[in-house]
Structure formats: C-alpha cells, structure tokens
Design a binder for this molecule. Structure first.
Ligand SMILES: Nc1ncnc2c1ncn2[C@@H]1O[C@H](COP(=O)(O)OP(=O)(O)OP(=O)(O)O)[C@@H](O)[C@H]1O
Length: 245
C-alpha cells in the first residue's frame, strides 16, 4: 500500500532545474532511500513532502490526500504523523539527554510530565542507550550517541513516517554500522515507514528496501539487486562510490 505518492514533480530555482517530472511511491512499512549526487535536490524533495518547502509543479499525496489541498487543521493533523531528523539535527546543548528526547512531547502533547519522562526513557532504551546517559549533556556524548538521542527524540512522537537526512554522516564505520543495525531493528519492531536520504553505501546495501536515484530526472527506482545488475554506467559508478556523491 502506498503511503506517499509523488506525481510529476518539477522544481526550479531560477534557471536551476532541480527536479524534472519526478514520480515515485513509498509503500507502508518500507525503508525507502532518496539517493543522488550533491545538489540533486534530495533535501528539497523531502522538505516538500513534509510541507516545509512549496510544491511548484506536480502533486504529493500522503495517506491518499493531496497535501496542497489541505485545510489548516488537516495540515496540522497530517504533520503529527511525521518526524523529520535533519542532516545536522542538533540537540539542545543546554538540555540533558532525557530533556532533549522529551522536547516534542512537551511542546505538542498535553501528557503529564511523569508520563513524558517514562516515554523518553522507553525511547532511550529503544535506541540502545543505557539509563546512565539520561542526565548527560550533548557535549558529553560521542557522535554516534548524539545521533541515537536525536533518533530517540524523533521516535518519541511515535511517527507513522520517519524522515532521516543522512543519519550516518560524520560517523566512523563502527558507529555507522551500529546506526544501520538500529534502523533495521526499528523497522522490525515499530509500525513505521522510513524515508532516508543517504550517501552511505553500507546503508544503501543493508538497510534500504528500495530506493530511487535522482539527477534532475528519476534515473533509477528499485532494490539493490536490480541496481547492481543495471547496465547504466552512472548507476554502477554511483554504487561503487566512483561518482562524486
Ligand atoms: N531556497 C532555495 N533557493 C534557491 N536554491 C535552492 C533553495 N533550496 C535549495 N536550492 C538549490 O537546490 C539544489 C538542491 O538542493 P538540495 O539541498 O535539495 O540538494 P541535496 O541533493 O540535498 O544535496 P546534498 O547531498 O549536498 O545535501 C541546490 O542546487 C540548491 O542550491
């Protein structure tokens, strides 16, 4: 079942045509990758889906609803289903780990504070961090731990769709592998659809169910084995990291 449906999307900034008539669907429960070289419009595309950037041409449907035709109330309601972890999804330096995870719950729900704390601790556990880090501040965490806390903060709202922009950027190979394993664990344990922007070959190979590659047009849509068997030089180079990603 398709949960996101993008049809004939075109986006340009002045003379810079970024998306040329792109169509794709994301199915419920899958981990879908948005791939492409630097500046190919991956972030703009995801921001259009989460309604942070305007749609210039084409349609985007979420849960079968055309998002450009929603009322203010419908927009608010649909946005409650999203969590978006930005590329440099910074934690608040003046809040400790558990306070960082609680931020959205405090802002967007009326839940009592003891329940918010309980949910925050549950999500700390879900991302594989021990209770002892709860009172630490971001400056006291490793890069991998910061990513986990940011992920826990995104998960706390129990999103139906999670958007991750480069979840492993800046991490060493061991921490990258741990985040990849965590993403697979989340897929199997939570009722969630995930859209990931990534350049990381390991993530592409081991985590994504399906992905598309954009380069103004959509030049590929499928899974890793289809991509590996492709005769297209760009796709082959892309997957062996020969292309500037
Ligand atoms: N608000 C804007 N005004 C003008 N140009 C923009 C705007 N937002 C994005 N762009 C341009 O659109 C293009 C795509 O940007 P985007 O950030 O989506 O790329 P990306 O694929 O996510 O790149 P990267 O992998 O480097 O993060 C770039 O050329 C960028 O300069």
């Amino acid at each position: 079942m398709s949960i996101i449906k993008v049809e004939n999307l075109s986006t340009a900034f002045g003379d810079n045509l970024v998306h040329n008539n792109i169509s794709f669907e994301v199915n419920k429960g899958e981990i879908f990758g948005v791939l492409g070289g630097s500046g190919s419009g991956k972030s703009v595309l995801v921001k259009q889906i989460v309604m942070l950037n305007e749609i210039q041409k084409g349609t985007i449907k979420i849960f079968d609803k055309d998002i450009s035709k929603l009322s203010i109330d419908e927009t608010k309601e649909i946005k409650l289903n999203f969590s978006y972890l930005f590329q440099f999804g910074a934690l608040y330096s003046f809040l400790n780990v558990i306070e960082n995870i609680s931020v959205m719950l405090k802002e967007y729900t009326n839940l009592p504070s003891d329940l918010i704390e309980k949910i925050a601790y549950t999500n700390l556990d879900i991302v594989g961090l021990p209770k002892r880090v709860a009172k630490l501040y971001p400056s006291e965490l490793s890069g991998g731990m910061k990513k986990r806390v940011a992920l826990a903060r995104s998960l706390a709202m129990q999103p139906k769709i999670l958007f991750l922009d480069e979840p492993t950027s800046g991490l060493d190979p061991a921490s990258t592998q741990q985040i990849n394993e965590l993403l697979l664990y989340l897929k199997n344990s939570l009722d969630m659809t995930t859209v990931i922007i990534t350049h990381d070959l390991e993530t592409i190979k081991t985590v994504l169910d399906r992905f598309m590659i954009i380069k103004k047009d959509k030049i590929f849509d499928g899974d890793i084995s289809k991509a590996m068997n492709s005769d297209d030089e760009f796709i082959k180079d892309f997957l062996t990291n020969k292309k500037a990603m």
